[in-house]
Design a protein around this ligand. Structure first.
Ligand SMILES: [Fe+2]
Length: 191
């Protein structure tokens, strides 16, 4: 099977330009293309598995990067669909308050994660085994993804997410814009 790039119905955003979103959707399509390409190429190279062992292993190693890029961006863009909506009362709000004291305290902590130096993602997951929320920084698209974590909230902190609109030193403004445009109903429904 091959993956098809998904389409997203993203409204005009405050503080994140249409140009940024269009460019970013193009990058997302590149991840989907490369997931398919790696799978195709590995199948081709299997005609001489021993002779191509090194090439196959390297492609296999890169699959996590491309696959993460595909899935992370699907989580990211979906969060803008339907326009900004406040965090509704319910399980997610309750869990944020229970685990971090309040949703405001959780937000301050999450924003600090988002300011980690380097390119990657601030991620909030649900650990279904323990029914807890857990959050972390993911380097690139895949390094540090938490095992068995279902993505609840995904914030892209690669510079391509904001460099048309903000200077690197002002990435805090992009983080604020992200939250101003976030559809919390979509996020809460993932839990
Ligand atoms: Fe991205």
């Amino acid at each position: 099977m091959t993956y098809e790039p998904r389409t997203f119905d993203i409204p005009e955003l405050e503080g994140i330009s249409r140009e940024t979103i269009e460019l970013h959707l193009g990058l997302y399509a590149g991840y989907v293309k490369h997931v398919n390409l790696i799978r195709e190429k590995i199948a081709d190279y299997m005609h001489d598995q021993d002779g191509n062992a090194f090439a196959i292993a390297e492609m296999q190693r890169r699959l996590g990067f491309e696959y993460g890029g595909m899935k992370n961006h699907e989580a990211y863009f979906t969060q803008f669909e339907g326009g900004a909506q406040a965090l509704p009362d319910g399980a997610l709000k309750d869990k944020l308050a229970y685990q971090w004291g309040s949703s405001e305290e959780w937000l301050a902590r999450f924003k600090a994660i988002a300011k980690t130096r380097g390119v990657g993602w601030a991620m909030l997951y649900h650990d279904t085994a323990t029914d807890q929320l857990v959050q972390t920084w993911v380097d690139e698209q895949h390094l540090g993804q938490l095992v068995e974590g279902k993505i609840i909230l995904a914030l892209d902190m690669w510079e391509h997410s904001y460099m048309r609109d903000y200077l690197p030193a002002d990435k805090g403004q992009y983080i604020d814009a992200f939250f101003e445009n976030l559809n919390w109903e979509v996020v809460a429904d993932r839990l």
